[in-house]
Design a protein around this ligand. Structure first.
Ligand code: C2E
Ligand code: CA
Ligand code: CA
Length: 280
């Protein structure tokens, strides 16, 4: 309880003090081996506690709703940096950004995403939003409406951590989603537990029959990769190819340097614009 309170307090200033950074994990096309995209993953450089993983602070930020500005920062920064890489002449890799269930229920979500795409000038076709299966299934009708509005912006949507939510598969085809990410829990057990392999195979077959692409996350071994290639999985993400990299390392990886402006300044400008609008 005490630790949670102290993290909450520290989170209050973390954004302004620029303590967050994004790392980027490459996602490889299973057939060609090309880097088709990357997932942006937030890290917190805590002044005393050192690097803190999102698994620790995101749930706290969700309870306190601090995730709303933090998530907006992640999205802005990921779009800004990706656009900078595109402008530097790199292949048009697509960036995937995680959205919290709290952000999904924010009335202003679609407007915020639209603002960020406009402000960073990123091609919407190069943005993918990852929403967990359990968040998407909370209120299916509402999710379908929201996803349609987001897809209308020209971006694409994917269902994250798929297989853990025990949802009815028939709901899946109602969502305008391009991609399903098979949860790491099923990938880890490939080879050891025949059920996990069977689930990965079934999800891949079903997803393909709905016209969706399948990403396997947490791929660590050659044995897992061979199995996933065999069942026709489209995209691979995991330590076997690369851990999440700092922006600079990812840029080197793609052969480019960062030239863009920091996201925090832009968020401040927008906040003051909102205040001006409210005052007017
Ligand atoms: P996730 O969306 O399921 O992200 C994948 C996690 O698996 C990442 O952990 C990644 O580093 C890790 N991973 C990737 N490949 C492997 C592998 O081969 N083996 C193993 N053992 N792990 C692998 P990370 O970066 O600690 O992120 C944890 C979670 O925090 C993410 O899970 C996501 O739910 C959340 N998160 C991260 N960044 C953001 C963000 O900007 N916004 C929101 N709302 N959530 C975020
Ligand atoms: Ca994810
Ligand atoms: Ca995941």
């Amino acid at each position: 309880m005490q630790r949670r309170r102290s993290i909450e307090q520290d989170l209050d200033v973390a954004l302004d003090r620029e303590q967050f950074i994004l790392h980027y994990q490459p996602k490889l096309n299973a057939r060609t081996g090309a880097v088709g995209g990357m997932e942006a993953l937030i890290r917190w450089r805590h002044p005393e506690k050192g690097f803190m993983s999102p698994g620790e602070f995101i749930p706290i930020a969700e309870r306190s709703r601090q995730i709303v500005p933090i998530g907006e920062w992640s999205l802005f920064e990921a779009c800004r940096r990706t656009k900078a890489w595109h402008d530097a002449g790199l292949p048009k890799a697509k960036v995937a950004v995680n959205l919290s269930t709290i952000q999904l229920r924010e009335k202003s979500l679609v407007e915020s995403v639209k603002w960020i795409l406009d402000a960073t000038d990123l091609d919407p076709a190069c943005l993918e939003l990852e929403i967990t299966e359990s968040a998407a299934m909370r209120d299916v009708d509402e999710t379908v409406r929201l996803f349609k509005r987001l897809a209308d912006l020209g971006l694409s949507l994917s269902i994250d951590d798929f297989g853990t939510g025990y949802s009815s598969l028939s709901y899946l085809k109602r969502f305008p989603v391009k991609r399903i990410k098979i949860d790491r829990a099923f990938i880890i057990d490939i080879g050891a537990d025949p059920n996990s392999g069977a689930i990965a195979r079934a999800v891949t077959t079903l997803g393909h029959s709905f016209g969706m692409e399948i990403t396997a996350e947490g791929v660590e071994t050659q044995e897992q990769l061979d199995f996933l290639l065999d069942i026709g999985c489209d995209e691979i993400q995991g330590y076997l190819f690369s851990r999440p990299l700092s922006g600079d390392d990812f840029a080197k990886f793609l052969g480019a340097a960062d030239t863009g402006r920091p996201a925090v300044a832009a968020i401040h400008r927008r906040q003051s614009q909102i205040e001006v609008d409210l005052a007017g």
